[in-house]
Write a new protein. Sequence first.
Length: 143
Amino acid sequence: MAFEPKIIGFLCNWCSYSGADLAGVSRIKSAPNVRVIRTMCSGRVDPTFILKAFQLGADGVVVMGCHPGDCHYQEGNYKTMRRIPFLKKLIKDFGIEPERLRLEWVSASEGDRYATVVNEFTEEIRKLGPIKHPSCKVKLEQI
């Protein structure tokens, strides 16, 4: 059976989630592998949420927010911009490829960009294969 990645997507309410909604209503094809978690701001995505997603069996995590300078909370996406490189180093120490964590800026009017990001990331995770970290015992379906 072919491997289908399980990806968690933390999407900003104001931009990225609306971009995902636009992709849907515009019938823009995107991979069904991303399970969306709607957040008020990408800056509100606590690093422990990302680590917990991997611990519970996610093969990849994507965080999407407003473009820099367009955050509804002024600086939320700048906090995210600083956190993600740190988290990539941290997950590497846990034996998880840093490529399994991705940060993207998607506005409410970019449904096509949302679909492109989802499709590219799904394909990248598919090539990496299932996560092989020993502490990832819990199934994502149990979340």
